[in-house]
Design a protein around this ligand. Structure first.
Ligand SMILES: [Zn+2]
Ligand SMILES: [Zn+2]
Length: 294
């Protein structure tokens, strides 16, 4: 007998590492084992509601088990479900009467289909009409959304207040926040950004760029280069602190004219001829000199 076998006979395993320890059994729903039904909801909030916080009232209904029949759908009481068939006295067969006392051929009992047993099901529960479920029960909760709530985050249980009007029964709420898309702003985790399209001609003129922020429009001087930049304290708020903001990420997007009419082309050509661009002129002179020497 080797050591392994000896251990096996003692009910021990030589493999005493992680394999010997049973993994904790996960609940199929992944929730803590608390009493009450689990209610899962995705709560849609606008970008501004998530940024500055709000209270959302959420209502719902749920099916409850019928208290009369404990969900079985059967009429409560005492019912005979199986006994000897009284039509054939449990034999399952009948002898056909052929008049004048003579006995005809033997046929199968139709009442018990030949089994000799009478079998019945209890009548349906009058309260739920056999469905086993009671009326819908309504619930109402007020959900506190704090400033700076992120998309996909879960509302803490202490921020979900069950309203007094709700049907009292134990429920666990799992409410996930979904921040709706906004036509101007883009929220990626806690990075709030905005893409501002600007015509290349407008950019050449300089001056200011109008940037939408969570507090309204803001005019900022055009940066020297068309690169993304930050505006301090105009981005996504810190959680629970609407006044403490991260920076807003601004992406200027140069837009070039696609189609110009004859007048537009003439104006652009005139503008181009009028522009004295030292870099372009110097380059042209170099190219001409090089072509001449070749
Ligand atoms: Zn029978
Ligand atoms: Zn019932």
């Amino acid at each position: 007998m080797d050591v392994k076998q000896a251990f096996a006979e003692l009910g021990l395993s030589l493999h005493t590492n992680h394999a010997g320890r049973a993994a904790p059994v996960a609940d199929p729903a992944g929730n803590a084992r608390t009493r009450g039904t689990l209610v899962e909801r995705t709560l849609q909030v606008s970008l501004f509601e998530a940024a500055f916080g709000c209270v959302k009232r959420v209502t719902g209904t749920e099916r409850a088990t019928c208290m009369r029949c404990a969900g079985s759908g059967e009429h409560a009481g005492t019912w005979t479900l199986g006994c000897k068939c009284l039509q054939c006295f449990g034999r399952g067969l009948h002898a056909e009467q052929c008049g004048a006392g003579s006995v005809g051929k033997v046929v199968r009992c139709e009442a018990c289909t030949g089994s000799g047993l009478f079998q019945a099901a209890p009548p349906p529960c009058p309260a739920c009409k056999g469905k086993g479920q009671a009326e819908h029960r309504a619930w109402v909760v007020d959900v506190q959304i704090h400033a700076g709530t992120l998309d996909g985050s879960e509302v803490a249980s202490h921020d979900i207040r069950v309203c007094a009007a709700s049907h009292q029964s134990a429920r666990n709420f799992r409410i996930k926040v979904q921040v709706q898309k906004h036509p101007l702003f883009k929220l990626d985790q806690d990075r709030l950004s905005v893409i501002v399209p600007i015509s290349v001609l407008r950019w050449s003129l300089g001056a200011e760029l109008e940037v939408p922020t969570l507090d309204g429009r803001l005019r900022v001087p055009l940066p020297a280069r068309p690169a993304a930049f930050w505006i301090r304290d105009q981005g996504w708020p810190q959680f629970g602190k609407p006044d403490q903001r991260k920076p807003l990420f601004v992406v200027p997007k140069m837009v070039y004219p696609e189609k110009l009419d004859a007048e537009g082309q003439r104006l652009l050509q005139a503008l181009d001829a009028r522009c004295k661009l030292p870099e372009v002129e110097g380059w042209n002179r170099c190219v001409q000199a090089w072509v001449g020497s070749a």
